[in-house]
Design a protein around this ligand. Structure first.
Ligand code: GLC
Length: 416
């Protein structure tokens, strides 16, 4: 059998396993509050039973390869969490379960919605589901919420008006325990330390209500995160393609350009050839080389010379990201790198399928086909070998943390 035939067979096998993984995580019903119909997939039946924001977007994208009706339902459920002012919560607790909720570090805006955000993958997810379904009613039902969320992000999370939005606690970036945040968290040594630090942040926020501008002004934990802002710019580019109004499309394109220009002007370090997050109101660049450093690759229009350095000097560098099972969440030579996943102290080294999916697709689209294929093949090998786990050891491929993990089904949407 040649390579192509073998890849096609692997792909089909993984698709069937992805279908089963998602089927076990499918949740439908009517919420005990406001009697709303929900239909979504939880990130992991045992560890994460609620509807998480960016997980749901990834589930919808994977479902375009499996059952597009389920993909539509997933996002229709997700937009029901949107507040009238545009905010979208990072978790919807369709069936609140105190025992599980007490185990998370949470800030709530209502008993059923969190008060935090996650990276705005929603515009891209809507675009993918719309392209797969051609369903105008789906687009009309979901696009206004996504557009309003992006406006909310701009109006509430960019008080210095530099084009970059801020996260106000580590969970908001989706890469919770990344060592890039350590200086703002007192250098936690383990997950218990981290939880204490996050609860300390929440205690400082409590008297401020859920007023995002006051929270940012307090400058307790303010990070202009490269990964979050890359997804923000990419989402604006999706909105530009989705809107039927040419003037609005132009507005989104210019807005995305402004975000990309700000990433380059403020986060790009030409000496090291990578992007670094900005910590605190004084915008101190983190020194830690994490996967965020590579994320501007996903934004259309990134200068090819900058992209080339990210790929050649970092992604292909065996001291940093080119480990046996790439792409680790932190460069192997960076302070804080830990390829294991000790007790939930996550995003400090293991390889994740959602970041591999972003990077492989971006590399493929930019003409780095061999690099995209290397990541794709390694990711397929990881899932075949260790199952649909939350993340993996980048040296051994051993599966870590939650099992039957939803967004790992993105493996079915990787480029060949
Ligand atoms: C972990 C991840 C976060 C994800 C959540 C649910 O907290 O770090 O990104 O959304 O689990 O899967």
């Amino acid at each position: 059998m040649n390579d192509d035939a073998r890849r096609a067979q692997t792909r089909e096998r993984l698709r069937e396993r992805a279908r089963a993984t998602l089927a076990a995580a499918h949740r439908t019903g009517v919420s005990p509050w406001e009697g709303r119909h929900y239909d979504y997939h939880c990130p992991s039946p045992r560890s994460y039973p609620f509807q998480w924001f960016w997980d749901s977007c990834f589930h919808a994208i994977a479902l375009t390869r499996i059952d597009v009706d389920l993909a539509k339902a997933e996002l229709r459920s997700l937009v029901q969490g949107a507040r009238p002012d545009g905010f979208m919560p990072h978790i919807i607790f369709w069936r609140p379960d105190r025992a599980v909720m007490d185990n998370q570090t949470l800030r709530l805006s209502t008993p059923y919605l969190s008060a935090s955000i996650q990276p705005p993958v929603i515009a891209l997810a809507i675009e993918r589901v719309y392209r797969a379904s051609g369903d105008d009613a789906f687009l009309a039902a979901t696009l206004p919420a996504a557009a309003a969320f992006f406006r909310w992000l701009r109006d509430s999370r960019d008080p210095d008006g530099d084009g970059l939005i801020a996260v106000v606690q580590p969970d908001e970036s989706g890469v919770d325990a990344s060592p890039k945040y350590d200086p703002l968290l007192g250098y936690p040594r383990d997950n218990d330390d981290l939880v204490r630090a996050i609860n300390g942040i929440y205690a400082r926020y409590a008297p401020l209500g859920n007023d995002d501008r006051r929270i940012i002004a307090a400058d307790v934990f303010v990070v202009e995160d490269v990964l979050v802002n890359s997804i923000y710019a990419q989402g604006l580019q999706s909105l530009a393609r989705l809107t039927a109004d040419p003037a609005e499309a132009e507005e989104y394109r210019a807005w995305a350009r402004r975000v990309l220009d700000a990433l380059i002007a403020k986060c790009y370090d030409p000496a090291r050839g990578l992007f670094l997050d900005l910590l605190g109101a004084e915008e101190r660049r983190t020194e830690v080389n994490t996967i965020s450093a590579l994320f501007p690759l996903i934004v259309e229009g990134l200068d090819p010379a900058i992209a080339e350095r990210l790929v050649v000097e970092h992604l292909r560098n065996p001291d940093e990201y080119a480990l046996p099972y790439p792409v680790p969440s932190v460069a192997a030579d960076a302070p804080g790198f830990n390829p294991d996943h000790p007790h939930g102290f996550i995003w400090r080294g293991p390889t994740w399928v959602n970041s591999n999916w972003f990077l492989a697709r971006a590399l493929h689209d930019r003409g780095y086909g061999d690099d995209a294929r290397r990541i794709g093949d390694a990711t397929r090998a990881l899932v075949e070998m260790s199952g649909f786990r939350e993340c993996y050891n980048p040296y051994t491929g051993e599966g870590q943390n939650a099992g039957d993990f939803g967004w790992t089904t993105l493996v079915v949407d990787l480029p060949d």
